[in-house]
Design a protein around this ligand. Structure first.
Ligand code: TA6
Length: 281
């Protein structure tokens, strides 16, 4: 196992390696996983935009952005909340013979309280095992009053070609179609094809999703997350994102684990935990 702190653009970052040769890179800024290279494929599994902006206050386009305490524009905070636009703090590193876990912590401060008037502690724990990357989000209510939040691990996957990727596990789930006025739609029951902008919030519980590309088969499982988001910006939106290549839609798909449709409410001193488990088969 190895753990190395490096400078990555404007932020400290931590390079994790396990004894099998799996590697991950996690930035202190946003507590964002930026790279995961399983030994089994020796390929980058996560998409990181070549035009990503590495500037304090801006979200890094790619990897696993942490959306907290708000998903998307479902509230009056900046899009996807503030957690991905702030420097977290190193919390701890834990190692066993089989895995290495890095934990980073974000607590409230005068800026966050001006946006979201609560005292909290959020911890992101990234665990690297053989062929598996676990990303756990825990939120503790350190306030005297209850608070509610929505969240997601907005994971960008690297794919060879959007025309050949296959996604299964969502066929039976109803979804909210964000590109059709947020209409609730019934299960499509057929193989998912991405050939236009797709932005769907599936209430799929913790049912695993399988992403099959030409290079690898990846299972996206979770515990504690109740919804999954499927997003590909396609052509027009790609051209309108300045931190994203015009043809970037061909090489990525976001499959995100979150709690979106039914906000989480925690009482003072309570803690909520959920984990996304990515496994290469
Ligand atoms: O997760 C899908 C989504 O909510 C899309 O609607 C799109 O806005 C995407 O997130 C990216 O959001 P961002 O704020 O990172 O540009």
């Amino acid at each position: 196992m190895s753990f190395e702190e490096i400078n990555f653009h404007f932020s400290p970052a931590y390079r994790l390696k396990n004894k099998y040769g799996d590697e991950a890179l996690v930035s202190l800024y946003g507590a964002q996983v930026l790279s995961w290279i399983p030994r089994k494929t020796q390929k980058e599994s996560l998409f990181l935009s070549p035009l990503a902006q590495f500037e304090a206050g801006k979200a890094i386009r790619g990897g696993i952005p942490v959306c907290f305490p708000q998903f998307g524009s479902l509230g009056n905070l900046p899009a996807h909340g503030f957690a991905r636009n702030r420097f977290w703090k190193f919390h701890k590193i834990e190692e066993t013979s089989e895995h290495i876990t890095l934990s980073l912590i974000l607590s409230d401060d005068v800026e966050t309280r001006a946006l979201w008037p609560y005292t909290f502690e959020a911890v992101i724990s990234v665990t690297l095992e053989l062929g598996t990357l676990k990303t756990q989000l825990s939120v503790r209510n350190a306030d005297q009053k209850p608070f509610s939040f929505t969240c997601a691990l907005h994971t960008y996957f690297n794919i060879d070609d959007v025309n050949s990727v296959q996604i299964s596990g969502l066929e039976e789930c109803s979804f909210i179609d964000q590109v059709d006025q947020g209409k609730k739609k019934e299960a499509s029951w057929n193989k998912l094809k991405i050939n236009t902008e797709i932005d769907r919030i599936y209430e799929n519980g913790s049912k695993p999703i399988v992403l099959q590309t030409e290079a690898y088969k990846l299972v996206i499982a979770s515990e504690g997350f109740t919804d999954s988001v499927l997003w590909n910006p396609w052509i027009d939106k790609s051209c309108n994102l300045k931190d994203f290549p015009d043809d970037g839609y061909r090489s990525m798909v976001c499959i995100e684990s979150g709690v979106i449709t039914l906000p989480i409410k925690i009482q003072p001193k309570e803690q909520w935990v959920a984990v996304q488990i990515l496994s290469i088969e």
